[in-house]
Write a protein that binds this ligand. Structure first.
Ligand SMILES: [Zn+2]
Length: 307
């Protein structure tokens, strides 16, 4: 402890760190509910914002339990960014209990939502819609562009002096997203359409499926909470055989064991790991939104082409 504290005071004495501390103090404190959204806010806000992401890398926002530190971050925030579409069911209560009076921005407000499937996979007899929306809109880059617009508007409303800078960064990043979208289309487009069938743990890829024309089956519904029953796993195994699913994917936020069991039983190959609802840690392959989308498209195309 003593060693660490003296190392910190030594660092504090250097002019570099002092200037960084003062820059941070001037930055607009904002909160994003999960890591993917945190990255998008950072892309638009740059050094002018200090972003706290409540659900961190590899975290599951569907079943998150907020901490006292989250309430403190909300109380200190000037803007709170949430996905919406029912993704963060724990947010309303958390914001209320934090006493926060920050401006709240629901970044999916411009998105045309897809309805949640309700069942645990497409078309095996369980499909019944609860009328709920599918929250995973960020899996289509076109929707991420709408998120970016909402973020720029939200930051400008809270920090009018820097509105021009936020708009400029949003515009530059949107151009990057256009390139990313084309790259994903090229990667997936290299796989014959009738071979694009894969299975994931939870139903997080309906927006990706629609945008990039890949058929996804999922073990669970749009919320990752419920464990699949043996009967449901049996139904999925039959589907994999009937529909010639070519690869199974684990997810960074989900327990891989059910997928591994199904792979062993069907002989289907595990194509790798997809990042659905959270980024990887900074040293992982999906540390930003763009890296995540590139990684997922590469994993999917790679597994299908080999198959
Ligand atoms: Zn999800």
């Amino acid at each position: 402890m003593i060693t660490r504290r003296s190392a910190v005071s030594a660092l504090l004495a250097t002019p570099v760190l002092v200037s960084r501390v003062s820059a941070q103090a001037a930055a607009l404190p904002v909160v994003a509910t999960f890591s993917i959204l945190g990255d998008l806010v950072r892309q638009v806000g740059g050094d002018r914002v200090a972003v706290t992401s409540l659900v961190g890398p590899d975290g599951d926002a569907h079943s998150y339990s907020p901490t006292p530190a989250d309430a403190r971050a909300l109380a200190a925030a000037r803007v709170i960014f949430a996905n919406g579409l029912g993704f963060e069911g724990w947010m309303t209560r958390l914001v209320r209990s934090s006493g926060s009076r920050a401006q709240q921005v629901t970044v999916s407000s411009g998105v045309t939502p897809l309805k949640a499937e309700g069942g645990h996979s497409h078309g095996h007899g369980h499909g019944h819609s609860h009328g709920a929306n599918d929250p995973h809109a960020w899996q289509d880059v076109a929707n991420a562009k709408l998120y970016v617009k909402a973020i720029a508007d939200g930051l400008a409303a809270a920090d009018a002096a820097n509105a021009g800078a936020y708009a400029a960064r949003a515009q530059a990043y949107t151009a990057e997203l256009d390139v990313l979208d084309k790259e994903i289309r090229a990667r997936i487009g290299a796989v014959p359409r009738d071979q694009r069938r894969i299975l994931t743990t939870h139903d997080a890829f309906a927006y990706f499926a629609r945008a990039y024309e890949v058929d996804f089956l999922a073990l669970r519904g749009v919320s990752s909470e419920a464990e699949p029953s043996p009967r449901e796993i049996g139904a999925v195994i039959r589907q994999i055989r009937d529909r010639k699913v070519r690869a199974l994917f684990m997810e960074n936020i989900s327990d891989p064991r059910a997928i591994q069991r199904i792979a062993a039983e069907t002989g289907a190959r595990i194509g790798g790991k997809l990042y659905s609802d959270a980024l990887s840690p900074a040293d992982g392959p999906a540390a930003t939104y763009a890296a995540m989308m590139r990684h997922n498209a590469g994993q999917i195309a790679g597994a299908l082409v080999q198959g």
